[in-house]
Design a protein around this ligand. Structure first.
Ligand SMILES: [Zn+2]
Length: 153
């Protein structure tokens, strides 16, 4: 299980190698994403708090990257952080998330991205519940719940 020290190590010294990579141009991403999904995942945007559809949903399933379909989070580790964004305590696998130090807006935060396609997902904070103590604060627009996904295809 990852903890805050692991996260800082990844952000400072380099991330785990992903199992595969998906690389597309902005034009290719625009063709498969909504404008809001594109803005958030490819341009490091943030959705307004409490706006995301997945924020208040706790259905069983896997949360996949909206861009490359990689399984990132599981509904069993989703919790209500009352932040207004979907929140998780761990990724499904350690190497599906990459961590980058983000000093924008006068704050030092740890940005979390999909390590397969570099989609911006959100940030991780050290104020989550035990045992990991981590709060992955993720944009709803960056994720798809797999049950939804199958129906949408
Ligand atoms: Zn991805």
């Amino acid at each position: 299980m990852l903890n805050w020290n692991d996260v800082l190590q990844f952000a400072n010294k380099g991330n785990l190698a992903p199992d595969r990579r998906v690389v597309k141009t902005d034009a290719e991403w625009r063709a498969v994403l909504t404008p809001e999904q594109f803005r958030i995942t490819r341009k490091k945007g943030t959705e307004p708090s409490f706006s995301g559809e997945l924020c208040s949903r706790y259905d069983e399933g896997k949360y996949t990257c909206i861009c490359c379909d990689t399984e990132l989070f599981d509904s069993t580790i989703k919790y209500d952080s009352r932040s207004g964004w979907p929140s998780f305590t761990q990724p499904i696998k350690d190497n599906v998330i990459s961590y980058v130090k983000d000093v924008s807006f006068g704050m030092t935060r740890i940005e979390v991205n999909c390590s397969i396609c570099d989609a911006h997902l959100g940030h991780v904070f050290p104020d989550g519940p035990p045992p990991s103590g981590l709060r992955y604060c993720i944009n709803s627009e960056s994720l798809q719940l797999t049950a939804d996904h199958k129906i949408a295809q």
